[in-house]
Design a protein around this ligand. Structure first.
Ligand code: NAP
Length: 339
């Protein structure tokens, strides 16, 4: 039997996938959720065979309660929990405070418990924003916060920087690294969809009539989970201080739409064909907050390379076409998208 790992945010899309992978690899897993009374039955239903190998603890990113118990006996932490909402909050601190203070809290309690390795789920949001004249990025790049990017982007950048500073000052012996995924898709487990998967759902269920001129980098939730486990298992010298972007490729939305039409011919009629003119996005952005984020992305390519991660962690990422196909298949299988 391998060691015990704490995964924060076991109710989440990525947190669940990391637990899945750890249990399959023979680890014992502690996980934190905000309220174990309501969430534990759902987690037990997902991993009915896990028994004592899975322990569920209540611990909020904004409170010290429960973190000592959650870390007890753990060899490593995968700190995945962080707010990732669809809507943009009015106050950026609604995201920055739980992201930054929650990460520092998770680090502090892990260090106190003698945890030796800490893997933070950061994001490409901490890599590829605030550089208007660039379109290719890699693990060496940092988002420029002086350009005042969206609150979620700020929250991930601030949290990763704060974690690195905290480890350097308070726990230089701890092995710390970050996983920096781009937009994460792939099989879903239930109808509680991550913000990223909502995009694919909306592209195939008819709720997006026209395609704005924007794109995203695509990665698979199974690769993101695999990268976390490999970062826990790899030799210290391969991971200490590292950043691991997980990204298969950049796709414009019309390329994604074409890929989805091929993957799911039964839904092809609902997948938008036509471009939304930029002027219409700008006009709608005057009234609709969600269109403001799209307006800011018009024509932007942010191609974040994952090659460093593939090389360093010995991975070959799942092709984006396969990821999108598996996303739609699972949305249909779970009855979330109707044929
Ligand atoms: P998700 O499904 O929304 O999961 C977010 C998790 O964070 C949930 O378990 C949520 O718990 C927990 N959480 C939020 N606020 C919390 C708080 N105050 N206290 C305790 N737990 C809290 O999102 P996800 O896609 O799996 O994202 C997980 C992580 O990956 C986040 O750090 C996100 O920034 C990062 N990431 C995601 C993507 C992507 O495309 N999905 C890309 C790059 C990075 P509840 O269930 O109680 O809300």
């Amino acid at each position: 039997m391998k060691g015990r790992v704490l995964v924060t945010g076991g109710t989440g899309y990525i947190g669940g996938a990391v637990i899945d992978r750890l249990l399959a690899h023979g680890y014992r897993v502690n996980t934190t959720v905000r309220d174990a009374v309501t969430s534990e039955p759902r987690l037990r239903a997902r991993w009915p065979e896990a028994g004592d190998r899975l322990k569920v603890f209540s611990a909020d990113l904004l409170s010290d309660e429960g973190w000592t118990e959650a870390n007890a006996g753990c060899d490593a932490v995968a700190h995945v929990a962080s707010p990732f909402p669809l809507d943009v909050p009015k106050n950026a601190d609604d995201l920055i405070i739980p992201a930054r203070d929650g990460t520092l809290r998770a680090l502090e309690f892990a260090h106190k418990a003698g945890v030796k390795r800490f893997v933070q789920t950061s994001s490409a949001a901490a890599i590829a924003y605030g550089h208007p004249h660039r379109d290719h990025f890699d693990y060496t790049d940092w988002t420029d916060l002086t350009t005042n990017p969206a609150p979620y982007i700020q929250s991930k950048t601030v949290a990763e920087r704060a974690a690195r500073d905290w480890v350097a000052i308070n726990a230089p012996g701890m092995v710390f690294c970050s996983i920096n995924p781009v937009a994460v898709f792939g099989p879903v487990h239930d109808g509680d969809l991550s913000t990223s998967v909502e995009l694919v759902k909306k592209l195939v269920d008819g709720s997006i009539p026209l395609l704005p001129n924007m794109g995203v980098c695509v990665t698979d939730v199974r690769d993101v989970a695999d990268a976390h486990v490999r970062a826990i298992e790899a030799p210290v010298e391969a991971v200490r201080g590292e950043r691991f972007p997980v990204s298969e490729r950049f796709m414009w939305l019309d390329q994604m739409a074409e890929s989805l039409r091929q993957s799911a011919p039964d839904l092809a009629g609902k997948v938008p064909h036509r471009r939304m003119p930029d002027w219409l996005v700008k006009l709608l952005a005057l009234f609709m907050p969600e269109m403001r984020q799209i307006r800011d992305e018009l024509g932007n390519m942010r191609d974040v390379s994952g090659r460093h991660t593939e090389k360093r962690l010995g991975m070959t990422f799942i092709p984006a076409q396969q990821t999108l196909e598996d996303t739609v298949r699972s949305l249909v299988q779970k009855g979330i998208v109707k044929l």
